[in-house]
Design a protein around this ligand. Structure first.
Ligand code: 5AD
Ligand code: SF4
Length: 476
């Protein structure tokens, strides 16, 4: 987790890169991840599968026997960065001809033939649902064959695999609760790279949370592309195909949230990502009921204009979105709210852009992740619409949105000054070795003098001042 508040594309999304040090049969793996939290979480599953093969990890790719790059395809920029890295790794092969380089994750399906045959950049290509096949693929690659498995699955949730926690602080951990996405937002490549949505057995989720707590972790983030559509029906079946009794026995997201919250009152629970069309009041009441479920909701809006939302196939209008915000403010009054916005989507006019700005004014988000639209292959938008907003216009609109968000973040942070915040300590402040940092329930970073506190402690901090997005105070 970063101490810095994330508010624009330059620091979010594809910029998240985690290098993690495992040894197999005397072999070393260098594993690098790009993209979202889900990718990071997948890398921990990959590390677990290879650890079972006896691999250890290394931080130095020059001493690696195997390099894996877990890739992101959400925007073109993310893909370009990965390509650059692969070119560097190809050079490392000159000094170590036995080195195996593999591409994992979201870029695998689309670019398999390019990577393997045309550019000969890599030896292994593995999609997000095929990680169990890695040991076989590695054997095949060691024999000098190109190894590929990009099959997507309707069932795979890696539910039985205990992730190896990589590069973390021992305090926060991710737990995947669903994989894939069935929403088909017009701009989004995820349904193509990660396949159909499926939910993971709640028993395995709760057990993972219990184990993390006993290992000292104090915060878990439940991850899914659309957590609100989480539904466990005993394996694979859609709700509409079940009998009434089976439907009643199914586990919904709010029920899952409650079960995880009950693991221990000192285990904080977060979740991401909520979808405005599916977020129920039940979830909000559950947040309000449990102190250890954080009062923080990431609710991507994408656009403040109903025509654009319709073209984006988001399944809600501006008014519906605002009514969900009202529900949050009513049921969880102290909630921190953040968003994702895409600017410059196909045919977006100046007036429609201003609708996005006015929606931001109406909500006053605590934080935001803001992006210029980037056309992605196979998506509905690529097939149906023209990417016709000029790059210069997109970047100017993005700058306006980022500026407004900076202003709102500052206002929201300031509202926390003079109040006492329950902070879960995550580590030593980057700026000052005698200060600690952590986050309050709303996910705002709070910095305060170290005294005798340590990571994993809960500390009540009186905020005395603030910078744009950080509260500064002292323990009380
Ligand atoms: N262009 C720009 N941003 C995108 N996102 C998803 N697809 C695209 C795209 N083609 C953004 C959305 C999503 C976030 C994870 O990334 O805002 O919520
Ligand atoms: Fe993409 Fe929409 Fe699914 Fe999010 S909900 S992963 S934006 S298709």
């Amino acid at each position: 987790m970063s101490e810095n508040k994330v508010i624009d594309e330059s620091i979010q999304g594809e910029a998240l890169m985690i290098e993690a040090p495992l040894r197999g049969n005397g072999k070393k793996l260098f594993l690098e991840s790009y993209g979202c939290a889900m990718n990071f979480s997948d890398s921990e599953i990959v590390a677990s599968i290879l650890k079972d093969q006896g691999y250890t990890t290394t931080q130095n790719f020059f001493e690696a026997d195997v390099i894996f790059v877990n890739t992101c395809a959400i925007r073109e920029g993310a893909e370009q960065r990965v390509r650059q890295r692969l070119t560097e790794y190809k050079k490392a092969k000159k000094t170590n001809p036995d080195l195996i380089v593999g591409v994992l994750g979201c870029m695998a399906e689309r670019l398999k033939s390019k990577f393997l045959e045309e550019e000969k950049l890599v030896d292994i290509v593995v999609g997000p649902d095929a990680y169990r096949d890695l040991p076989n693929l590695l054997l095949s690659a060691e024999d000098g064959n190109k190894a590929v498995n990009v099959l997507l699955s309707k069932e795979e949730t890696y539910a039985d695999i205990t992730p190896v926690r990589l590069g973390g602080n021992g305090i926060n951990a991710f737990i995947s609760i669903t994989r894939g996405c069935d929403n088909m937002c017009a701009f989004c490549v995820v349904p193509f790279t990660r396949g159909r949505e499926r939910s993971r057995d709640p028993e395995t989720i709760v057990n993972e949370a219990k184990n993390l707590f006993s290992e000292g972790y104090r915060e878990v983030t439940l991850l899914g592309q659309n957590v609100d559509s989480y539904l466990w029906t005993g394996g694979g079946l859609k709700k509409e195909n079940l009998s009434k009794e089976e439907q009643e026995n199914a586990t919904t997201f709010s029920q899952l949230l409650e079960r995880v919250a009950l693991v221990n009152p000192d285990l904080r629970v977060r979740f991401s990502t909520s979808h405005p069309k599916d977020m129920t009041d039940d979830v909000l009441y559950t947040i309000a009921k449990y102190e250890n479920i954080c009062s923080y909701i990431h609710l991507p809006v994408q656009s403040g204009n109903t025509r654009i939302l319709e073209m984006m196939n988001r399944g809600y209008t501006r008014e519906w979105y605002l009514s969900r915000i009202d529900a949050i403010r009513r049921i969880v009054p102290d909630a921190g709210i953040s968003m994702d916005i895409i600017t410059g989507f196909c045919s977006e006019t100046e007036e429609e852009h201003r609708d996005t700005l006015s929606l931001m004014e109406a909500v006053q988000y605590d934080f935001g992740y803001m992006f210029a639209y980037s056309e992605r292959p196979k998506t509905l938008a690529e097939r149906k619409y023209k990417d016709d907003v000029p790059a210069g216009v997109k970047s100017r609109r993005l700058a306006e949105i980022v500026d407004l968000q900076l202003k709102h973040s500052a206002i929201r942070t300031k509202q926390g000054v003079g109040k006492i915040h329950r902070v879960l300590v995550e580590g030593v402040s980057k700026k000052s070795a005698d200060k600690l940092f952590g986050r309050n329930s709303q996910s705002t970073v709070v910095v305060f003098p170290k005294e005798n506190f340590k990571p994993g402690d809960y500390v009540n901090v009186l905020a005395e001042t603030c910078t744009g997005a950080t509260l500064i105070g002292k323990a009380v």
